[in-house]
Design a protein around this ligand. Structure first.
Ligand SMILES: NC(=O)c1ccc[n+]([C@@H]2O[C@H](COP(=O)([O-])OP(=O)(O)OC[C@H]3O[C@@H](n4cnc5c(N)ncnc54)[C@H](OP(=O)(O)O)[C@@H]3O)[C@@H](O)[C@H]2O)c1
Length: 185
């Protein structure tokens, strides 16, 4: 399987959230995420799952990481509880890693995604939100060390998106084509 991390982080400080929220509202960023993951399987932590409107994202299989054995998902047919992240190691299809910070960090450390879609937001973040800033600096450092940038810079609404592939990894062309087409469309 190919594992693909998809994130949008703020430039320099690598913040992706404040408390449970994403501290910006950029519709094109959400639309890009939707296009990339629509019809596919995604995995996310329980906090991020709870932040989805009505705890769902239509037209996707969602694998929710939680330590809670009896965690109740909102849609038993399409959402699945995962207590052991290593069970996702041999996932049969492309699996999109959708955050939050703890899940990006876990995957980058233990189950290195073959592909990263790195969106870097150059706009101001909303500092009025309450809660602690959540950053993924360590993921960006690892990306810059262990991955190669294989795409040009795609600019939209002052967000730069690039695609990175883990050095030495084979990634099926159809996966990369789908990602690039989803970014530019
Ligand atoms: N900008 C972006 O691209 C982006 C994308 C997604 C999220 N975010 C932001 O990221 C922030 C949330 O990140 P977060 O780190 O606080 O929360 P999170 O990663 O979404 O979820 C954390 C939860 O995941 C579960 N978990 C963690 N490690 C696990 C493991 N090894 N096995 C099984 N379950 C595990 C635990 O759930 P239990 O407590 O239920 O056990 C934990 O509380 C929010 O601000 C959100 O808006 C930003």
């Amino acid at each position: 399987m190919t594992k693909i991390a998809v994130w949008c982080r703020h430039e320099n400080d690598c913040i992706i959230g404040i408390g449970p929220k994403i501290p910006w509202n950029i519709p094109s960023d959400l639309q890009r995420f939707r296009r990339i993951t629509s019809g596919a399987s995604i995995t996310c932590g329980q906090t991020t799952y709870e932040s989805f409107p009505n705890r769902t994202l239509p037209n996707r299989q969602i694998y929710v990481l939680t330590f809670e054995k009896d965690y109740e998902v909102s849609d038993k047919q399409n959402h699945h509880v995962v207590n052991d992240m290593m069970s996702l190691k041999d996932f049969a299809e492309p699996l999109y890693i959708a955050g939050g910070a703890s899940i990006y960090k876990l995957f980058m450390k233990n189950l290195a995604p073959e592909v990263i879609v790195d969106s870097c937001n150059h706009n101001e973040i909303d500092k009025s939100l309450s809660g602690n800033p959540v950053d993924i600096k360590e993921c960006i450092e690892k990306m810059e060390k262990d991955y190669s940038k294989i795409s040009p810079d795609y600019e939209e609404d002052n967000v730069t998106t690039t695609v990175w592939v883990k050095k030495g990894e084979f990634v099926p062309q159809e996966v990369l084509k789908h990602i690039i087409n989803s970014i530019i469309n």
